[in-house]
Write a protein of this length. Structure first.
Length: 100
């Protein structure tokens, strides 16, 4: 009697039960091969360059945030001035008449 003919307890399988068919002469199913190990670790120069680029990006982001904060603060002061009823809130820079 084959394994497929027997149920879980050695009895004939139920009509709705799953049947696992195995053949003793078949090799096990092939699995996907493991990826090959990397040939060389990443060179130190590439990591240094990536770190420098990341540092420049973070510094630029911080400077941009500082500039944005100052601009919002300046616009807020102008809005507060206008809300208080004053009309000369925005300082206009006039060219010097004595300059050539």
């Amino acid at each position: 009697m084959q394994l497929a003919d027997l149920g879980a307890h050695g009895n004939a399988p139920d009509a709705g039960a799953e049947t696992i068919v195995t053949h003793p002469n078949e090799p096990p199913a092939e699995q996907a091969p493991d990826p090959p190990p990397p040939d060389e670790p990443e060179p130190e120069a590439n990591r240094d360059f990536a770190n420098i680029v990341a540092l420049i990006f973070v510094v630029a982001l911080a400077l941009g945030g500082y500039w944005l904060f100052k601009e919002i603060q300046r616009h807020n002061e102008i809005q507060n001035c206008i809300a208080s009823g004053r009309r000369n809130c925005i300082d206009l820079v006039h060219p010097d008449a004595s300059a050539p």
